[in-house]
Design a protein around this ligand. Sequence first.
Ligand SMILES: Nc1ncnc2c1ncn2[C@@H]1O[C@H](COP(=O)(O)OP(=O)(O)OP(=O)(O)O)[C@@H](O)[C@H]1O
Ligand SMILES: [Mg+2]
Length: 619
Amino acid sequence: MEQVVETNTSRAPQAPPLPGTPVDFCLRYARAYWMPFAVMVIFEAGQASCSILLPYAIKQIMDTVDRAGRIGQDVWSSVDSPLWLFGLLNLGIVIFSRSSGAILVILGPALRRRIRRELFAYLQHHSQRYFLSNFAGSLATRIAEVSLSVAQIMWTVLFDFWPLIISFSVSLVLLFGVNVNLGAALGAWIAIYVVVSYVLAQRCRHYARNYAAARSLVSGKIVDSVTNIMNAKLFARRDFERTYLDGYLNMEVKRARETFWYMERIRWFQFLSAMVLMIGIIGFALKIWSEGRMSVGEFAMAASLSLLLIEQARGLSRRFLEFFEYVGNVHDGVGMIVRPHDVIDDDGATALEVRAGEIEFKHVDFSYVQGKPVFKDLNILIRSREKIGLVGFSGSGKSTILNLILRLFEPQAGSVLIDGHDVQTVSQESLRSAIAMIPQDPMLFHRTLMENIRYGRLDATDDEVIDAAQKAHAHEFILDAEHGYDSLVGERGVKLSGGQRQRIALARAVLKEASILLLDEATSSLDSVTEKHIQDSLAYLMENKTVLVIAHRLSTLANLDRILVFHDGTIVEDGNHAELLELRGHYAKLWSMQAGGFLPDVEEASSDFDILEHEEAHQ
Ligand SMILES: Nc1ncnc2c1ncn2[C@@H]1O[C@H](COP(=O)(O)OP(=O)(O)OP(=O)(O)O)[C@@H](O)[C@H]1O
Ligand SMILES: [Mg+2]
């Protein structure tokens, strides 16, 4: 228990140190690229200042023209410097904005790459348990979403909020310069506008979330319906499926309308505020002008400033709303991925070097789910180079033994030792490099067959790969495939039959030179003829290794050194084939029942065991 608490707060030392809160997470990347960000902050400030100073240049021009007209001077010669200012400001807008754009082109993709790479690297260190409870698809989506959202948060701050702050400040300074009351009026308007926009956006979030949830529910339903299109056809349920979908579509329409109505209310607010600002400033300015306290240029400046501000501030609520969405995405994604790793290497983890290949379970207690123990005080000793068979009903814990040896899961008590080293004290990489495993249901990458087999040893030559495929009796069907060794196998290997996938997994294991070999029903999907052929290769593969073989087909185990019979998480019989037959216990009964076939299913199984035990009691 103590151990669980300790590991729950940890991160694998090789994983990038990602922060778990959205703000810190964004700050990490802002810091990583602080230089370009700082330059962009300056450029954006430059661009915003140039834009909002245009009305000031217009004021200068108009005042000069006005004065020149009144004193009868030549307009062109006196308007010279205000015109220069006007021209330079326009040029400034172009240069600042495009320079900032150029940095964005370089920085944007690099930022997203870095976020994805680090999230993926972090994800790689999660345990088997984690991946069993989080779907691959949603994890991949989260990584994409987080990287996009972090970038969007940065851009919203940099290209929306920051320039707006500059525009508001410069306008305030300009208008205060003209008239204190005018400045104060604008200040009040800005304060009210920003606060109300923020509050409205906050309120709208609720609707936007409901709408997003409805959209994803509907697309989920459509995906499910398309996946099950065969069912709809077989049961002639086309109309039913459409009606079923209609219910969800109508719900989405309802949610959409709620959201859009709310956004419409926000727009009412924005349009009315724009109107108030425009009429208010012009009215106010007219009044001051009529009192002779303002020049014609200042009047023009006030009018065009309010036009520009209205233009820039128009979408503020929407931008707040989007900003919240992005922050929400980062929060969810980071919450899902940046969790403590639960199986991590010790600080002083050493590399495991397997010499003898002795495996020992010492007083192991293990459960996947609390309160449902799979093993209690399990003790097994597998000697160096021994070939062991594991037999037991489905669900009796055979695969779990392999999971514990590979440290895909950790025991709650006791330890698993390889050559005397606790697997929890050695590095996971070295542990798993020392073990070749063919799992019950091997998965393949959606890559070529050549790449899939070479995964066993990345530096294997083509000839070595082909040799391994021949040993696994995969060569023939690979040559029959459309593109031979270059054929793609479909997602998870779906384009291959179960037996073909097993043979690819076998070829992979042949390539991997490991001293311990674990076979979990490695030949279960093969027909008896192919399996017979493979036995020779298997025998070759097993030479000089410690081997654990799980099989329901007992004939596969007959030649092994020892067979362990599992029942309810304990070993009930232990010995070689002949000895176990001699015992006339469970194994002998199973053997005679099987007659070359398979173990019965679980349901019958428990009752069979009951019968066996019953019979024993009577003997
Ligand atoms: N990831 C998991 N989470 C929770 N329970 C699990 C998990 N994996 C296995 N179990 C449970 O642990 C028990 C042992 O499972 P295990 O896979 O070791 O059985 P097995 O002997 O390999 O069976 P089979 O012959 O069907 O492969 C079963 O009751 C199973 O339901
Ligand atoms: Mg199993």
